[in-house]
Design a protein around this ligand. Sequence first.
Ligand code: GDP
Length: 311
Amino acid sequence: MTGRVVSGTRNVFTVKTEEPAVRECRIKGKVLKSASRYYNPLAPGDRVEFDAASGLILSAEPRRNAFTRFNTKGNAPQIIAANVDAILCLTSPASPPFRPRFIDRLLLQADSANIPAMIACNKRDLFPTVDAKTRLEIEARLADFARLDYEVFLISAKTGEGLDALKSRLKGSVVVLVGQSGSGKTSLINALLPGVRRRTGPVNRKYDRGNHTTVMSELLEDEAEGIAVIDTPGIRSLAPDGIAPDEVQQLMRDFAPFAGKCAFGLSCAHQNEAGCKIREAVSSGAIHGDRFESFVRITKELAAGEVRDKG
Ligand code: GDP
């Protein structure tokens, strides 16, 4: 039988078949050669073949794409979701505060995996409560993401504002939802997928695995709405996966036109070197100063070979 993984951890997975039925399946040993590099062999969105009688997973279909990160605790790349149409980064202007550095990392990973990324700023009803300076900064960053051709949605899962536009954009798609805890992922899922009710609030669904606790990603589908969401409640930080330090300037959209064009080429450190095209672009406004800061942090982290959990 074949089916799609909806959730699971290292060797036990929930698989949804065409019937439709949900089966608990297992992997024994290293049957999936493609998985050896990863912390986890399968992720929500993966399509698998399993033995109907025993529930043993026999093989996995090659992935169309994968959204991954470097799992610093497990010291290996981790597949967060497979075979997706888009990544939606959920943020908020307050409670919790806007975190543009997390968005920069997410966009980098999405572009590296060739997955369209979009940003939804939830809790737009809270904008009037934010101080004027912070509000201007948030608006400037959101405008900058839009300038770089990322789709930006201003929404409120509470008041319903902006949800129709987002919903029609997501129709027919499988989307990974990533965002800080408290940004409103559960509330948004309830609004987008009325057929799948989730409990909102500070307490997450936790999966106890020995001495440390992990929150599972899960594929939720509302067939009537034609939208599937892969919820990722456990993603607090994103260390890039599979990206070399030199590649960052080619992958970050605002840096790409200047990549390798500095007088010292790819060996330019973009500090005070003469003929540094990237610093010039920051001065002219072609690259936002905050994006430059993210770029410096990410490349330093990758060059040092140390992958730290920095948001
Ligand atoms: P999650 O941790 O990302 O799943 O976030 P939740 O959906 O549990 O929401 C966290 C808190 O934010 C809850 O108290 C929600 O009621 C609240 N919340 C969610 N969306 C909005 C919104 O658009 N505006 C406001 N003011 N609060 C919201």
